[in-house]
Design a protein around this ligand. Structure first.
Ligand code: DX5
Ligand code: ZN
Length: 216
């Protein structure tokens, strides 16, 4: 049985107070801290890199779930490992050799995930799944917070859940109280959410609703 893990995306937090934002989310019940790394090349936006992860690591014991939306992710494995990242999730579309990359990440002691964009079919990850801690099924085009959830991506979640009952399946993009049930029914158990948590009048209630819905 997989368990629910709620992963607020710090992209929607206050970057000038990132450490406090991380602690606030953990205090409100978050399981993971989702860190969106963008390089302005794989996606048309720039966010943060290993130096910020390193600084944060000194201030939080939280699980740093790093989502690398970058071209050539292999070039950042050493830096993220030294910085203290807990999980290194790269995009299938960004590398030519996922097997070698998975081995590099493991050798550095991090957990490993593969992310797929909305137009990438689920079958590309089948052969890697047994070697992964997590598969991330994007539910928006990567690059920005605040976009609308794409329910059509749930077919991929259903497919992966039926094949890999024990795999952590993460969904990311537009998750909110209005669609959490759809994601839960499809079989997602790791829920990333930026705007719906950070913009809520009670982020704690949103986190707890997500958890209850997944666990039901
Ligand atoms: C999008 C990022 C997401 C995003 C989620 O490229 O990977 O993690 O910040 O934000 P919301 O929940 O606002 O869609
Ligand atoms: Zn993300």
């Amino acid at each position: 049985m997989v368990t629910a893990k709620i992963a607020p995306s710090l992209l929607s937090g206050d970057f000038a107070h990132l450490a406090e934002e991380c602690e606030r989310m953990l205090d409100l019940g978050a399981d993971y801290l989702h860190m969106d790394v963008m390089d302005g090349h794989f996606v048309p936006n720039l966010t943060l890199g290993a130096p910020i992860i390193k600084s944060l690591r000194a201030h939080t014991k939280g699980f740093l779930d790093c989502h690398l939306m970058v071209s050539k992710p292999e070039q950042w494995v050493d830096d993220f490992a030294s910085a203290g990242a807990d999980l290194f999730c790269f995009h299938y579309e960004a590398t030519e050799d996922p097997t070698a990359l998975i081995e590099m990440i493991r050798a550095k002691g991090m957990k490993v995930g593969i992310a797929i964009k909305p137009n990438t079919p689920a079958d590309v990850v089948y052969k890697f799944a047994p070697a992964l801690d997590q598969v991330l099924v994007m539910t928006v085009e990567p690059g920005f917070g605040g976009q609308s959830f794409m329910p059509e991506c749930m077919d991929k979640v259903r497919d992966l859940r039926s094949r890999f009952p024990e795999l952590d399946i993460e969904v990311d993009g537009g998750l909110a109280p209005e669609n959490i049930e759809i994601a839960a029914k499809a079989g997602a158990n790791v829920i990333v959410a930026g705007s719906s948590i950070f913009n809520a009048s009670s982020p704690e209630s949103v986190i707890s609703l997500f958890r209850k819905t997944i666990q039901n």
